[in-house]
Ligand binder design. Structure first.
Ligand code: C2E
Ligand code: MG
Ligand code: MG
Ligand code: MG
Length: 292
């Protein structure tokens, strides 16, 4: 595909483009194969309450262990899956698998914990959200109140009213909605008040900056207050240091997610380790018991 390069120069081909295209088509074919041969899996990362470090929910994160290349990151393959629409098929698998796993945990007695699934813009465009989600959780045997959908802030901004209404219907049925990577998409405060959401996940960028730049303390503080006024739960993403945990706590943010508490884990490890652990000790000592 020909593109202009910003300076208005029309470029038809460069060697670098050729290798990118080859990689794109290679990964796309390999993803099709991986879907057919069940080579994708899900990891689960806990989001915990700051107050007592009890688990609020697990975020499901897709993993691809390629037979020859090893782990390929979602940062590399999700954009390709989106551009090719393969995310529709992959996303169907992800939603069902996450719900199926959570239903198993739910039936084993884990009643207060929920599961979240990341949804991409392509899915919002091509799937009728309410029907698709309700049918999937029904098939998996999961109550709607155990599910949360994560949609990025930029997706929300571009979403047509029709899509927003789908979320409203889902919320009426008990499914919760989180706005992901908040602070990177520039939504106005008035749109935020109107959106059908329950949770705001503040982007890692803000948590990283808060330690070095006091202005970001104030921004985080405002987001925290906003959450209280709008009755939204705030989650701080990417908390890696005990110092960040303390800051977030001081600012009144309710929940944290990050390597300090736990890395994303296999379902097996969630079952055996995570459910028996004491996260508050982890947060206080600043050591991560999940690291090998
Ligand atoms: P996200 O939804 O914002 O997910 C959080 C990402 O931050 C995950 O990366 C997680 O492993 C990482 N993370 C969590 N805590 C920390 C921390 O303390 N430090 C650092 N450096 N990173 C942390 P992951 O799994 O590589 O996923 C990256 C992105 O790929 C996700 O960002 C999401 O946008 C997308 N993605 C992942 N799984 C799925 C999926 O199942 N469906 C869709 N549509 N997108 C997905
Ligand atoms: Mg997410
Ligand atoms: Mg995020
Ligand atoms: Mg993020």
């Amino acid at each position: 595909r020909a593109k202009t390069d910003g300076r208005g120069i029309f470029r038809v081909y460069s060697p670098e483009m050729g290798s990118k295209m080859r990689r794109y088509h290679y990964l796309l074919e390999e993803m099709r194969l991986a879907l057919a041969t069940q080579n994708f899996s899900l990891s689960f990362q806990p989001i915990v309450h700051v107050e007592d470090c009890s688990i609020d929910y697990f975020e499901s994160l897709v993993r691809w262990n390629h037979p020859a290349e090893g782990m390929i990151t979602p940062g590399e393959f999700i954009p390709i899956a989106e551009e090719s629409n393969l995310i529709l098929e992959l996303g169907d698998w992800i939603l069902f698998e996450a719900c199926r796993q959570m239903a198993a945990w739910y039936n084993a007695g884990m009643r207060k914990v929920r599961i979240s699934v990341n949804i991409s813009a392509v899915q919002l465009k091509h799937r009728r959200m309410h029907q698709w989600v309700m049918q999937t959780i029904d098939k998996a045997g999961l109550p709607p109140s155990a599910l949360l959908l994560e949609i990025t802030e930029s997706c929300f901004i571009d979403a047509p009213q029709k899509v927003i209404e789908e979320f409203e219907k889902l919320r009426e049925d008990g499914v919760q909605i989180a706005i992901d990577d908040f602070g990177t998409g520039f939504s106005s405060l008035s749109t935020l008040a109107e959106l059908p959401i329950d949770v705001i996940k503040v982007d890692k960028l803000f948590i990283d900056q808060a330690n070095v730049n006091p202005k970001y303390d104030k921004i985080l503080n405002s987001i925290s207050e906003l959450g209280q006024h709008l009755n939204l739960k705030i989650v701080a993403e990417g908390v890696e240091q005990a110092q960040q945990f303390e800051l977030v706590k001081k600012l009144g943010i309710q929940c944290v997610q990050g390597y300090l508490i736990s890395r994303p884990e296999t379902s097996r490890n969630v079952g055996s380790k995570v459910l028996n652990s004491n996260f508050s000790q982890v947060a206080q000592s600043g050591t991560n018991v999940w690291q090998p």
